[in-house]
Design a protein around this ligand. Structure first.
Ligand code: URA
Length: 242
């Protein structure tokens, strides 16, 4: 048995707080009966409706995928390209948490837990994502400082970020740069590096919060354990209250 507001939030319908308000506003029914107080607990066989819509109470799955390059992050591709879902064997409908570009590799979480997905994606919750990028040209210390302080891309000022040079290769005129950001604007890393004058040749996401790709090869995945799921919730919520 779980609290009604938690089950509604888990389904991805809304946040737990909004679910509480919907209950108090008498917009939630369990097995056809209006619930108007917060103490109600439900089991997986109960039929829950919110504002007239049935809530799906499915078992929650959490996958950590090492996305290869050349795979799209959408659930369906109009050009029939391979999607991240083609790499995962499950009967449950999973959704990617955020997006990695077609030519970006690295760590991608997929889940049917809408509440966690929303918490991880909301920039307010400051979930760090670490990217390692090979770029054209030799990156300078001044440029690294600009990445750290924030710069304007598409009229949007990026937040404080972590940035460091991992190595240079003078022969090929390339650099390897590590960037840690908690926002998730479209092509953000490529645009930030382009804004300091360096085009991205290769991009890989190495970390999301405390999760890494350790033990996985490109194209492989594993399920998160309950401890990791709880820790992700804590990471997102603790940041939320700061
Ligand atoms: N930033 C990018 O530019 N591309 C990605 O895939 C992820 C972050």
């Amino acid at each position: 048995m779980e609290r009604l507001q938690k089950v509604i939030a888990n389904s991805g319908y809304c946040s737990r707080r909004n679910a509480e308000n919907l209950i108090l506003d008498k917009k939630v029914m369990v097995n056809g009966k209006v619930i108007s107080e917060l103490g109600c607990k439900v089991s997986p066989t109960d039929v829950i409706t919110v504002e007239g819509k049935i809530i799906n109470q499915q078992k929650k799955e959490y996958v950590l995928l090492y996305k290869p390059r050349g795979v799209v992050t959408t659930t369906k591709d109009e050009h029939n390209r391979k999607t991240v879902l083609d790499l995962i064997e499950t009967n449950i409908r999973l959704y990617p948490v955020g997006r990695l570009d077609y030519d970006t590799s690295g760590l991608l979480i997929l889940t049917n837990d809408g509440e966690l997905a929303n918490l991880l994606m909301h920039p307010r919750n400051k979930i760090d994502k670490v990217y390692v990028s090979k770029v054209e040209g030799l990156v300078t210390k001044d440029q690294i400082l600009k990445l750290r302080k924030g710069l304007t891309i598409d009229g949007f000022k990026t937040a404080l970020a972590g940035a460091r040079i991992i190595k240079y290769d003078k022969k090929t005129d390339t650099s390897i740069v590590e960037l840690t950001i908690h926002e998730g604007k479209n092509h953000q890393v490529k645009k930030m590096l382009s804004a300091i004058g360096h085009e991205v040749i290769k991009l890989k996401r190495e970390k999301v919060s405390f999760l890494t790709l350790k033990g996985l090869k490109s194209g492989e995945y594993r399920y998160l354990n309950i401890k990791e799921v709880k820790k992700l919730y804590n990471e997102a919520k603790n940041k939320d209250s700061i």
